[in-house]
Write a protein that binds this ligand. Structure first.
Ligand SMILES: [Zn+2]
Length: 245
């Protein structure tokens, strides 16, 4: 086995070249936007991928075998609204669940590569604190935009966010995504989650929090200005960690 490490930002422009040559993709990402992008590209090139995620004491893992199992958009047709789901920085992660889910996913990876008959066709949901282990077989959805209709909205950047450095201001604008235009972020819920970590202020028009040396200002349409960096990757990572994407 030869390991080739790449330091790359995964986005709609870079992902196709990375995935086209692979046999399998394991998701170890920390945000939904990247997972929907992985889903699009893996369906397009018919590459199996393993969706995995952990938060607090629970985690989920699901093999996505294009043309065979449900895909991420069959299971969750739309990306959650920014600010509505807990993130590692707002809810934390219990280390045991990382071991449980990564053990599950890496074993499924071996089975997929070996074309085993034992490959899981269900979504596995584990909560170590609540002592639950559930498996749900999800059906494929004929009208799924990705695997049913082959419309790759994230890959074609019709959905998902973008970012741009604001010249000379040591700030980056990150455009998060609202599911539907006109939908607004719930600042009260966001404030509740971030209050333990940051100084939070908000009114009807904007939400502001100070974390470390950064000042994050979020607008109701999920757009944010992150002051304290001119690096888009740093800004997008802060957005994913604290606001959620
Ligand atoms: Zn699908």
């Amino acid at each position: 086995i030869q390991v080739e490490a790449l330091v790359e930002d995964i986005n709609a422009d870079s992902i196709e070249a990375l995935v086209r040559e692979t046999d399998l993709v394991l998701d170890a990402t920390d945000n939904f936007e990247t997972r929907y992008l992985i889903n699009d590209v893996c369906i397009k090139y018919e590459r199996p991928w393993i969706y995995s995620g952990v938060i607090a004491s629970y985690g989920v893992s699901m093999n996505i075998l294009p043309g065979d199992t449900a895909c991420l958009r069959c299971a969750f047709p739309e990306m959650p609204m920014p600010g509505t789901t807990p993130t590692c920085d707002t809810a934390g992660v219990l280390n045991g669940i990382v071991g449980a889910i990564s053990g599950l996913a890496s074993t499924e990876a071996l089975k997929i590569l070996l074309k085993s008959e034992k490959i899981s066709h269900a979504m596995t949901w584990i909560d170590l604190w609540e002592n639950t282990f559930d498996r749900i077989e999800l059906p494929r959805q004929e009208d799924c935009p990705a695997c049913g209709q082959h419309h790759y909205e994230f890959l074609e950047s019709l959905q998902g966010g973008s970012s741009a450095t604001l010249c000379g201001r040591n700030a980056v604008q990150v455009r998060g995504t609202t599911r539907r235009s006109g939908q607004k972020l719930d600042f009260a819920t966001l404030a509740e989650r971030l209050q333990p970590l940051a100084t939070v202020n908000y009114n009807e028009f904007l939400f502001r929090c100070n974390i470390d040396t950064y000042e994050i200002t979020v607008f109701p349409d999920a757009r944010a200005i992150i002051k304290g960096t001119d690096d888009e990757q740093v800004a997008r990572s802060l957005y994913a960690r604290y606001i959620g994407m």
